[in-house]
Design a protein around this ligand. Structure first.
Ligand SMILES: Cc1cc2nc3c(=O)[nH]c(=O)nc-3n(C[C@H](O)[C@H](O)[C@H](O)COP(=O)(O)OP(=O)(O)OC[C@H]3O[C@@H](n4cnc5c(N)ncnc54)[C@H](O)[C@@H]3O)c2cc1C
Length: 367
């Protein structure tokens, strides 16, 4: 079978399919993990404010529940070390309105049986001494975490290769078409390939691949910029911090990530002075000591967004061998284990799952 796209979603699908015994070829026009995934902060947080739709929360919760076992199995199989922690997120209120919203969220989450705790200012300072001194409190959600995404895509692709998957990089897929016998022909700039099943995980660029008989995939790019800073020695955050205008992730090797812009900029993958300025200002408001951090780089990625912000995962209603796995927008890393499990079950066992009703490509047109 063919997987189109070697981002976190394509790599996770290739990994699960190869582990289930399938012969997998992965095509990508770039190197592994060099689309949106390389810019991702890797935060695993279904209950953060702003991720409100209940369907997305439920999918995120299911995927987060898979994460520990997914990482354990992947680490064993790939023999790679992955930076993965479940140290929680702390959403910090810098003004009264935000504090009220977060207190209400804490109550609502508790009613949904999510362990979430409102911290008064004194408790907040004890939990996270580097948070702004004037903060009015914070919402701690301990089940949340993060994973270093380059580690993750490298481990997924390495484990897939150990199970026989082949990666054809610098290979652009131009079109997909069914042949009369049901086999799919995938036309690339290096010639055609055939497969009974094709997993279409081309992220933001999915709409650029011509697929016979179906509508263009309705996914648009939403640009995100993410800063990589480094603390002077000895300083570190204990949690992922979240504010109204940015989040801050204490990544490995003393790196701190400050993200992320959300911009409708088409396929423009440039970083901008305005994006960097806004993130620096928001980051320093949340953690004033960030002023002493050194500036390492800014990463830019195009998040694949569908019209209803939900992923597009499942069999095409028109071309049975075609399985969509795109549109993960702001949650592709969080949703990778669930997406890969759904795709594996669908292709290997023809398995049904309620999530596939919500994510069905057909909800968005003739797909
Ligand atoms: C700044 C930023 C921060 C983020 N933070 C988080 C976070 O904290 N948590 C979280 O869960 N998510 C986060 N996300 C979202 C997450 O990164 C994406 O949802 C995820 O990376 C999407 O993965 P993907 O594999 O679908 O897409 P991509 O990583 O973009 O991969 C698609 C691949 O398909 C290839 N491709 C496209 N067209 C073709 C073609 N015609 N032929 C061959 N190859 C093709 C591309 O080269 C690319 O490698 C963030 C995103 C950004 C930009």
């Amino acid at each position: 079978m063919i997987v189109i796209g070697a981002g976190v979603i394509g790599c996770a699908c290739a990994y699960e399919l190869a582990a289930a015994g399938a012969r997998v070829s992965v095509f990508d026009v770039r190197a592994i993990g060099q689309g949106a995934s390389q810019a991702s902060a890797g935060v695993l947080a279904p209950y953060i404010e702003g991720h409100e739709t209940s369907a997305l929360r439920e999918l995120g919760r299911r995927s987060l529940d898979l994460y520990d076992a997914f990482i354990e199995r992947l680490t064993a199989r790939s023999e790679r070390v992955l930076h993965y922690t479940r140290g929680g997120t702390l959403e910090v209120a810098l003004d009264g309105m935000h504090a009220t919203r977060l207190r209400d969220s804490a109550e609502a989450l508790r009613r949904d049986h999510v362990v979430a705790r409102w911290l008064e200012p004194v408790e907040l300072r004890r939990a996270e001494p580097l948070a702004a001194a004037g903060a009015l409190g914070g919402l701690l959600i301990e089940m949340h975490g993060f994973v270093a995404v380059p580690d993750l895509t490298n481990a997924l692709s390495a484990a897939a290769m150990q199970n026989g998957a082949q990666f054809a990089l610098e290979t652009r897929v131009l079109s997909i078409a069914p042949e009369p016998n049901g086999t799919l022909i995938v036309e690339t700039d290096h010639g055609p390939s055939r497969a009974a099943d094709v997993v279409f995980a081309a992220g933001s660029w999915a709409g650029q691949v011509h697929i016979s008989g179906v509508d263009p995939t309705p996914v648009r790019p939403v640009r995100g910029q993410l800063l990589h800073l480094a603390w002077p020695t000895g300083q570190s955050l204990r949690h992922v911090l979240w504010g109204t205008d940015c989040y801050i992730v204490p990544w490995s090797n003393g790196r701190v990530l400050v993200g992320a812009t959300v911009e409708e900029a088409g396929f423009d993958e440039r970083s901008t002075a305005g994006g960097v300025r806004d993130l620096l200002a928001a980051g320093c408001a949340l953690v004033p000591d960030l002023r002493d951090a050194s500036f390492i780089e800014v990463r830019v990625g195009l998040r694949p967004a569908s019209p209803d912000d939900l992923p597009v995962v499942g069999r095409s209603g028109v071309i049975p061998g075609l399985v969509y796995a795109t549109g993960h927008y702001r949650n592709g890393v969080l949703l990778a284990p669930l997406t890969a499990a759904l795709v594996r079950n669908l292709i290997i066992d023809d398995g049904e799952d309620d999530a596939l009703d919500v994510l069905s490509p057909s909800r968005l047109g003739r797909l």
